[in-house]
Design a protein around this ligand. Structure first.
Ligand SMILES: [Cu+2]
Length: 196
């Protein structure tokens, strides 16, 4: 029955040896031990190819807008809607050539006006009066971006695609330029356009 005792004392000595090996507190050796890295950080070879802000596939995915039925469509001008404050609702519409859009002054102190350089070439512009309904018939194919004059800095804008998005390249360029003029909701127009 002596063997287990020997083994036990051997373990005790070994543990004691470790404690003895630790440098006295405050000495250079002890500080070096404390500062030793506890692990290493390594970058995988292709880590730089991975974009930093990959959009989450579920929550941020933008639902595509489908062609709105009928030849007449209504857009409300709102202080507050499902898409935030100072919004057109729906903010993104897909319609057919020759369709009519009725902008409704549901809330007051808004208007709807097409933006210079953000409608298809040759298309007719429009500019609604403040707090007034306005109806616009869109005869030229392409993407139209319009705004509420007093709230454009809050990105109170809307997008209508008539037929095919033949001018989407120019619209996206203009939208990029316009982004810097928004004091709030800077991503809104981009999000609207990505819903087309
Ligand atoms: Cu407004």
């Amino acid at each position: 029955m002596r063997r287990p005792l020997f083994l036990a004392s051997g373990v005790a000595l070994f543990v004691a040896g470790l404690v003895v090996n630790a440098a006295p507190p405050g000495t250079d050796a002890e500080i070096r031990q404390r500062l030793q890295p506890i692990g290493s950080v390594s970058r995988s070879e292709n880590s730089e190819a991975v974009p930093i802000a990959t959009p989450a596939p579920t929550s941020m995915q933008i639902e595509k807008v489908t062609l709105s039925k009928g030849s007449e469509h209504e857009v409300k001008m709102l202080n507050s809607g499902a898409g935030g404050s100072m919004v057109f609702e729906p903010a993104v519409l897909k319609v057919s050539v020759g369709d009519t859009i009725h902008f409704r002054a549901t809330d007051l102190a808004h208007n709807a006006a097409s933006i210079v350089g953000m409608i298809p070439a040759g298309a007719e512009s429009w500019s609604g009066e403040m707090s007034q309904d306005i109806s616009v018939t869109l005869q030229t194919e392409g993407v139209y971006v319009y705004q509420c004059d007093p709230h454009v800095v809050m990105a109170m804008v809307g997008v209508i695609q008539v037929g095919d998005a033949v001018n989407i390249g120019e619209i996206e360029q203009e939208a990029e330029r316009m982004k810097s003029t928004f004091a709030m909701n800077g991503e809104r127009l981009e999000q609207y356009l990505s819903a087309l």
